[in-house]
Design a binder for this molecule. Structure first.
Ligand SMILES: Nc1ncnc2c1ncn2[C@@H]1O[C@H](COP(=O)(O)OP(=O)(O)OP(=O)(O)O)[C@@H](O)[C@H]1O
Ligand code: NI
Length: 266
């Protein structure tokens, strides 16, 4: 469904005497995402995970220089199409909870998202209520303004917004940050069920263990480079099924695998 070819992102900086420099932060990389699939994107802080998400939605800052090609269902995904499809055919769960409108009650914002995705006005309220309930939020949360929500509650409101419509492509940037294990499990299960119903899900996370139980494939980013894309089933044993030393080191460093210090990483 989504094809990313030769994608690079650099940032323009101005140096002394009006010199201009570009620093590459991501890529070049290739990535595909199919319907029915959960692709986890894993990497350390600063690896470029959010940049990848923002490139797909066309919401990078003005000093970003993007090259490469994105295609959605075989058609180029250019800026006009990104703007037209965002919140309809494709939905982003942003990493930062500041994306909620501070002046609007949470339930109403989920209702707006339902409206943007094409639902009739009279259906929005019920859809918003159901979407919030899926993530364990009741009427009190729906009535609250964002400042009165905890970080984890705000994140669940954003998840409800992204899943209230019928987006075919859902990109969730750190969807379980700030959530307790029960709610985190609920979120991962719901993302999995969206894929099982034929959507394509990209799940960005620091949490390799949480991702493995729910993802089909895992893409590993390191300092802007795509180190490896491995099936989730390759993360077992001593990581013999993984091609790169870095992926093996990440796997071996997990608590369940004995906290091996990733000395082998290169
Ligand atoms: N507007 C910007 N201008 C310059 N550099 C930027 C900008 N936005 C991001 N970067 C740089 O790009 C790199 C990747 O950032 P990104 O937000 O994608 O990381 P991340 O993998 O999502 O990290 P985290 O897990 O902390 O969210 C970082 O080094 C960051 O400093
Ligand atoms: Ni990020």
């Amino acid at each position: 469904m989504l094809e990313i070819t030769d994608l690079s992102i650099a940032f323009r900086r101005y140096g002394p005497l009006l010199t201009r420099r570009e620093t590459r932060m991501l890529g070049p990389l290739e990535l595909t995402l199919s319907r029915g699939e959960v692709l986890a994107v894993v990497g350390a802080s600063g690896a470029g995970k959010s940049l990848l998400a923002h490139a797909i939605f066309g919401v990078l800052p003005g000093n970003a220089v993007v090259s490469g090609a994105l295609r959605l269902d075989g058609t180029p995904l250019d800026a006009a199409r990104q703007a037209a499809l965002c919140g309809r055919l494709m939905a982003l769960v942003p990493q930062s909870i500041t994306h909620l409108d501070p002046l609007v009650r949470a339930g109403r914002q989920v209702g707006w998202a339902a409206g943007r995705s094409g639902h009739a006005r009279r259906a929005r309220h019920g859809l918003a209520r159901d979407a919030l309930a899926r993530f364990g939020l009741g009427p009190d949360a729906a009535r609250a303004y964002p400042h009165a929500l905890s970080g984890g509650m705000a994140r669940r409101v954003m998840l409800a917004m992204a899943s209230v419509g019928s987006a075919d492509l859902i990109v969730a940037d750190e969807p379980t940050n700030g959530l307790d294990p029960e709610n985190a499990g609920r979120v991962l299960d719901h993302l999995r069920s969206l894929a099982d119903r034929g959507r394509a899900v990209m799940m960005i996370t620091h949490d390799l263990t949480g991702a493995l139980g729910h993802a089909d494939r895992v893409a590993i980013l390191r300092e802007g480079q795509l180190v490896e894309i491995a099936p989730a089933t390759a993360f077992r044993g001593a990581g013999e099924g993984l091609a790169s030393p870095y992926a093996r080191a990440l796997w071996q460093a997990l608590p369940a695998n004995g906290f091996l210090v990733p000395v082998a990483a290169s």
